[in-house]
Design a binder for this molecule. Structure first.
Ligand code: PAP
Length: 334
């Protein structure tokens, strides 16, 4: 009998059939297409490109993760605003029981307050598993869940849990990733080379456009289950975005909260300026065994349009053209 992974891969994407799964994830992974260029090789599974250590966990997620009806899952591609979204969603979801004066976000890194499904964090889970977290769970992921878990993610009336998807102008996401790899991994790929790979679809969790599209389509079909946000829109009007997020999470701001300025307090607490001014986000980090992640690595400029300081106009147009073609007809644009 085929494993669940073989079944879902062939049922959903016959064109992307993967070699049959061996009992050892490492052996299975060694049969998959690999591309060099970024700071670690990227390995293609179910169409998307993954870092090797994350792919092992991704296979585990595919086999064991079961979304619950009251889960809220924050989904981003790397460098699209994960840290910001984690902070905002945490502050909104827990506002009834936490005071702004001694809020956990003042002493803990936003990345350590919301657990990634595919990257167990000792700060949150100890040695436990994400399944051990009590409901309602606030979780995060970079994974394309609808293609990875087609059966678990859908019930008769659509997506089984609520999802907040945050995307960003791909030019800024690429430049942010390129800086991150230089800073954290000491990797010195030329930006031209990174752009060429990104345009081919070879980026962590890419192709960028396919990742966006699978959530975009679900957000159109089930707006009550998938909220689709853009980094640039939050930046343009953060209070409006915070209100929208609170309503989607099922806890809109009351009149009393509005008149006492709670939405503005949430925006201020989670702002780039506030978070980067806190000692916890300036020093320390997490030892993941095979790599060390400094807390400060998740904060750089926190602005829109920084790509223009690193790419030529032609480079920007090249990426815009690829993305426009890939998104054509979907109603999504950047
Ligand atoms: P990830 O690697 O887990 O996906 P993510 O937070 O998406 O992390 O990546 C960091 C980016 O978000 C950085 O973008 P930049 O390189 O263009 O500057 C970082 O500065 C930005 N960022 C982090 N926190 C905030 C925030 N509170 N407001 C706005 N942008 C933020």
């Amino acid at each position: 009998m085929p494993s669940k992974r073989e079944k879902s891969a062939t049922t959903t994407r016959p064109e992307d059939a993967v070699p049959s799964r061996s009992t050892c994830p490492k052996d299975f992974i060694s049969t998959l297409p690999t591309r060099e260029g970024w700071s670690t090789p990227l390995i293609q599974y179910n169409k998307y490109w993954h870092r090797p250590h994350v792919l092992e966990e991704t296979l585990r997620v595919q086999d064991t993760f079961r979304p619950r009806a009251d889960d809220i899952i924050l989904v981003t591609q790397p460098k699209c605003g994960t840290t910001w979204l984690k902070a905002l969603a945490f502050a909104i979801a827990h506002r009834a029981r936490l005071s702004f004066a001694d809020h956990p976000l003042l002493t803990r890194h936003p990345q350590h307050l919301v657990q990634f499904i595919e990257m167990p964090d000792p700060h949150i889970l100890g040695h436990a598993h994400v399944d051990a977290l009590p409901s309602p769970r606030l979780l995060a992921t970079h994974l394309p869940l609808f293609s990875l878990l087609p059966h678990e993610m859908s019930s008769g009336d659509g997506c089984r849990c609520r999802i907040v998807y945050l995307c960003r102008d791909p030019k800024d996401a690429l430049v942010s990733r390129w800086h991150f790899e230089r800073k954290v991994d000491g990797h010195h790929m030329e930006l031209e080379e990174a752009l060429a790979m990104f345009c081919e679809g070879v980026s962590e969790c890419g192709p960028f456009w396919d990742h966006c599209l699978e959530y975009w389509k679900e957000s159109l079909a089930r707006p009550d289950k998938v909220l689709f946000l853009k980094y640039e829109e939050i930046m343009a009007d953060p209070v409006r975005a915070v209100r929208e997020l609170a309503a989607f999470l099922g806890a809109p701001f009351s009149e009393e909260e509005e008149s006492s300025g709670v939405p503005r307090e949430v925006v201020r607490l989670c702002s780039f300026e506030t978070l980067t001014g806190l000692p916890v986000n300036q020093a320390g980090g997490v030892d993941h065994g095979h790599f060390y992640m400094p807390n400060s690595a998740f904060f750089r400029k926190g602005v829109t349009g920084d790509w223009a300081n690193h790419m030529s106009r032609e480079m920007g147009e090249k990426l815009d053209l690829v993305v426009r073609e890939k998104l054509q007809g979907s109603g999504l644009s950047f």
